[in-house]
Design a binder for this molecule. Structure first.
Ligand SMILES: Cc1cc2nc3c(=O)[nH]c(=O)nc-3n(C[C@H](O)[C@H](O)[C@H](O)COP(=O)(O)OP(=O)(O)OC[C@H]3O[C@@H](n4cnc5c(N)ncnc54)[C@H](O)[C@@H]3O)c2cc1C
Length: 252
C-alpha cells in the first residue's frame, strides 16, 4: 500500500471503512478505493492499552472487549462501522467519542511513510479529525480502555444495542447521520420541525424513527439520494434559516 500511495495522486482514491457513513457513487470517476482488511493487523494487548487494526468491524471489537473484560467502547455497540472509520470520523454519541480513548494512530501518510500519530496530532473535534484534510490511511489505533469484567461489558453493550434499536433504524439500509448537529441544535429536530420526518421520495425515505437517517427502501440510486439531501438542506434553510452541514461522506 505504501508504494501505491507514493505513486498516485491523492485525488485518485477514496478510503473506505465499513461504509456506514458513506454514500458511494457507483459511476465515480475516481479509479480506486482503498480498504484495510479486517485481519491486516493482529491485536496487541498491554494491560488496558490495546492496539487494533483499522479494518476491525465493530462486532469483532465488541467480542474482543467482552473477552478481555475491557470497558470503553460500549457506546458504539451495534453500529456497523470499522475502527478506522470511527477514528477518522471521531465517532461519538451519548457524550462519548473516540477521541476519549485513542492514544495513538498508525497511518500511511501521503508520502507513503508508515508512522504513528499521537491523539493530539489527530486534531479530533466534533465528527472530524485530521483525516478529513489529509488523505492518510489509518492502519491501526491504540486505545486506552478501562479494566472491567466480561459480564459487565457484555451487559452494557447489549443495553446500548437495545437502545439503538428502539431509537434508530439499525436494521434498515441506511448510512447513519445525514447532517452534523449545528451548534446548540439537533439536525434531527430541525428536520422533524420542518415536517420532513417519515417523508418519502421514490425509494428514499427519511426515517420515521429518527429524522437524521435516510433509508433506501429498495432500489434507490446515488443520484436519488443526492437529490433528497438537497431537498432536506433547502427546506431547513428556508424554514429555520440554518445551513445544515453533511456528516455523511460522499464518494462522488
Ligand atoms: C445504524 C447506524 C448508527 C450510527 N450511529 C452513529 C453514532 O451514534 N455516532 C456516530 O458518530 N456515527 C454513527 N453512525 C455513522 C458511522 O457509523 C460512523 O461515522 C463511523 O465512524 C463510520 O465508520 P465506517 O468504518 O463505516 O466508515 P466509512 O463510512 O467507511 O468512512 C467514513 C469516513 O472515514 C474515512 N475512513 C474510513 N476508514 C478509514 C481509514 N482506515 N483511514 C482513513 N480514513 C478512513 C472514509 O474515507 C470516510 O471519509 C451510525 C451509522 C449507522 C449505519
Amino acid at each position: 500500500m505504501s508504494d501505491y500511495i507514493r505513486s498516485v495522486d491523492p485525488n485518485d482514491f477514496y478510503i473506505l471503512g465499513r461504509g456506514s457513513n458513506s454514500l458511494i457513487n457507483p459511476d465515480s470517476t475516481v479509479p480506486a478505493i482503498i480498504r484495510i482488511s479486517a485481519d491486516a493487523v493482529d491485536p496487541e494487548i498491554n494491560g488496558t492499552r490495546v492496539r487494533l487494526g483499522a479494518g476491525m468491524p465493530m462486532n469483532r471489537l465488541q467480542d474482543f472487549a467482552v473477552k478481555q473484560g475491557l470497558s470503553g467502547l460500549e457506546f458504539a455497540a451495534g453500529v456497523p462501522a470499522s475502527l478506522g472509520g470511527m477514528v477518522a470520523m471521531n465517532f461519538g454519541c451519548w457524550g462519548r467519542s473516540m477521541s476519549d480513548f485513542v492514544t495513538g494512530i498508525q497511518v500511511v501518510d501521503d508520502t507513503g511513510a508508515i508512522r504513528w500519530l499521537t491523539g493530539d496530532e489527530a486534531q479530533f473535534s466534533y465528527r472530524s479529525s485530521i483525516f478529513h484534510q489529509k488523505k492518510w490511511v489509518v492502519v491501526a489505533a491504540e486505545l486506552e480502555l478501562t479494566e472491567s469484567d466480561s459480564d459487565t461489558v457484555r451487559a452494557a453493550m447489549l443495553a446500548n444495542i437495545h437502545t439503538r434499536i428502539e431509537k434508530q433504524p439499525l436494521r434498515d439500509k441506511t448510512f447513519g447521520s445525514i447532517f452534523k448537529n449545528p451548534p446548540g441544535q439537533f439536525a434531527a429536530q430541525l428536520l422533524e420541525s420542518a415536517g420532513l420526518k417519515g417523508r418519502q421520495w421514490g425509494a428514499i425515505q427519511l426515517s420515521d424513527r429518527h429524522a437524521n437517517f435516510l433509508l433506501n427502501t429498495g432500489g434507490a440510486r446515488y443520484s436519488d439520494a443526492i437529490d433528497v439531501l438537497e431537498i432536506l438542506k433547502a427546506t431547513v434553510q428556508s424554514i429555520a434559516n440554518i445551513e445544515l452541514e453533511l456528516e455523511v461522506k460522499l464518494f462522488k
